[in-house]
Write a protein that binds this ligand. Structure first.
Ligand SMILES: [Zn+2]
Ligand SMILES: [Zn+2]
Length: 612
């Protein structure tokens, strides 16, 4: 499929190949023109793809055919070797170039169920297919053919397998104090000499004047900068006073954290083997392209050197969303803080000039846009727990969170609701032991239902937090359990039900303790427990108490809901009909009337429709 070659205009062969040919002048003019263009991967996208024939041909080693050599502005010297074979049927840039200069487009991969023709195709085909125009490889699947072709090229001695990386040099030296000193000494006789390993690490002088004109004070500190050359002993050698880019250290700090006081090397290999790799990394998405990539690269190097036994530093990554809020602008005063707008006759106006305030889009909180909330005021008014609860409840952590005063207020109401429930429980049932047995041993329906609900809640909260930190749905599940607890009339509860309620209360606090820790700690102590709730094991649910055997029967008479009651899941249709017709709430609607139809529909619930 290669029908021509392209050289970068900077390639030394361009001049050599065109010299003395008819194309020499055209090539020189072209090279001159391109030299004024921006020559970077991003830069070349700005210019139309163009090129000129160098006046020379080369031999395609696979076919023995003569193909023309061009120089083109979309080929970069710094990428690969600066010389590419062009396969216009399989690469869009090559395709555009071939069309522009009337070069042959030869199809080598035919997509299944289609016949492409180089003369008429309108764009390059980059997908998989069947090999054609490829000699001995004709008829093969294109993906399998890649391996076979590589084998053949190697066996024929005209090429070998290679992996290409796009790696660029990284200037890591910075002219500032805060950083790791570069352990290098400059000597007039020896040049650049590394600091001997026994003298590492070089530490920063702690008495440097950091206010000196905004520059790094290190070059001015003679006692730091002046040193002896470790190679020749010259006493006028100079220590490098640049420090390393912070990205260098952030690329491997996680290894050092495993043994921060270790002084025999970068890290204690035993500690690293024990702690690493990191189980869970939490960071903003801005880390994804730089810091995380560098970290992986550093670790791969350390692995290759045999210093760490694993290849990836982080097992799981969570990139959290941002906290957002709407902006407010006054025509006179520009961006306003939330407290600078106030409601007047239904309009939001500026507190300084009274003009109407324009409420803008919900965007990331930033000081310059003033769409921020003052944490101190929130802590003052609601406390840290309510603020935490709102943040965790408002959105899953990977999504942006829209700040809302109403939402904070709602969280406050929930916390108070739990507080009142707990106090009521303590007044009426304190001293009861929490029920811990299987649901089946419970006699009362209410006790059984509530106990199962509590076990389901433990399972859901545990899974929501452990699988993806979805505290929002975990909190919602606890809210449901609290609602269920509120439906119980405590004064009328028997001992069995009381012990189930106590179980529920203990678990509500345990499940909420990572979310509103101070609040839960306080109630935990009130309940008469010793020690901290944070030292308690995470609750476990009973697998044998996860679902009721009962199904809810919902009864409608002439389309109106008249009764609901639980029945054993294995009840037959006749039993259900009998129970329905015997229910006192139903009897009053059907007494003395002709029952024209009674239909039982069994799904998750059982629906009984009676037509009279
Ligand atoms: Zn020297
Ligand atoms: Zn104003």
């Amino acid at each position: 499929g290669a029908t021509f070659m392209c050289l970068a205009p900077e390639h030394p062969l361009v001049e050599t190949l065109s010299r003395g040919t008819d194309q020499e002048t055209a090539v020189n003019q072209f090279v001159d023109k391109v030299s004024r263009q921006e020559r970077s991967a991003e830069g070349i996208e700005k210019y139309e793809k163009e090129g000129v024939f160098t006046g020379t041909y080369c031999i395609n080693p696979a076919t023995g055919e003569k193909i023309p050599v061009y120089t083109a502005n979309f080929v970069l010297m710094g990428y690969g070797t600066g010389a590419i074979m062009s396969v216009p049927s399989g690469d869009q840039r090559d395709f555009d170039f071939a069309r522009k200069y009337g070069l042959e487009i030869r199809v080598v991969v035919q997509p299944e169920g289609e016949i492409l023709d180089g003369a008429t195709m309108t764009e390059a085909y980059t997908g998989r297919g069947i090999m054609t125009n490829s000699g001995q490889f004709n008829g093969m699947d294109s993906k399998e053919a890649i391996e076979k072709m590589a084998d053949w090229l190697e066996a024929s001695g005209i090429g070998k397998r290679a992996v290409s990386f796009r790696l660029r040099d990284w200037g890591i030296s910075r002219q500032r104090y805060w950083g790791t000193p570069i352990p290098v000494i400059h000597c007039a006789s020896c040049g650049v000499v590394p600091v001997p390993e026994t003298d590492l690490p070089i530490t920063l002088p702690e008495d440097a004047n950091l206010l000196a004109k905004g520059q790094s004070p290190l070059p001015t500190l003679d006692y730091f900068a002046r040193t002896t050359c470790p190679a020749c002993g010259r006493e006028d050698a100079k220590r490098d006073t640049d420090t390393m880019d912070t990205f260098v250290e952030s690329s491997w700090y996680y290894l050092r954290y495993c043994s921060p006081r270790y002084d025999k090397g970068m890290f204690d290999p035993k500690a690293v083997e024990y702690w690493m790799p990191v189980d869970q990394y939490i960071g903003g998405v801005e880390h994804a392209v730089l810091h995380l990539l560098y970290s992986r690269y550093f670790l791969r190097v350390l692995n290759t050197l045999g210093l760490v036994p694993f290849k990836e530093p982080f097992t799981r990554l969570l990139t959290q969303g941002m906290v957002c809020k709407e902006t407010m602008t006054c025509p006179e005063h520009g961006y306003l803080f939330p407290e600078q707008g106030e409601k007047q006759d239904g309009n939001l106006v500026c507190t300084m000039c009274g003009k109407d305030v324009d409420v803008g889009r919900v965007i990331k909180m930033s000081k310059s846009k003033k769409n921020v909330v003052n944490p101190n005021e929130l802590l003052e008014k609601y406390g840290a727990d309510v603020t935490r609860l709102f943040c965790l409840f408002a959105a899953p952590p990977e999504r942006d969170l829209e700040w809302s005063e109403d939402g904070v207020e709602g969280s406050n109401r929930f916390v108070n609701r739990v507080w009142r429930l707990a106090l009521t429980c303590m007044e009426t049932i304190q001293g009861v032991d929490a029920y811990k047995g299987p649901a089946d041993s419970l006699k009362g329906d209410q006790a059984k239902e509530l106990y199962i609900k509590a076990n389901q809640t433990i399972q859901k909260v545990t899974a929501d937090i452990e699988t993806n930190f979805h505290f929002n749905t975990a909190i919602a599940a606890v809210m449901e359990l609290v609602n269920a607890m509120y439906t119980i009339e405590l004064e009328k509860a028997d001992d069995e039900l009381k012990s189930v309620i106590w179980f529920c209360l203990e678990n509500v606090l345990l499940l909420l303790s990572p979310i509103i820790p101070h609040f839960c700690e306080e109630l935990f102590a009130h309940m008469g427990n010793k020690g901290s709730i944070l030292e308690q094991p995470w609750p476990e649910f009973r697998k044998d108490s996860m679902q009721t055997d009962d199904v809810l029967v919902v009864v409608q008479v002439n389309g109106k809901l008249r009764a609901k009651f639980p029945m054993s899941a294995d009840s037959g249709e006749d039993d259900i009909k009998a129970a329905t017709l015997g229910d006192s709430r139903i009897v009053k609607y059907i007494e003395g009337k002709e029952i024209r139809k009674i239909i039982v529909i069994r799904k998750k619930q059982t629906l009984v429709n009676i037509v009279v």
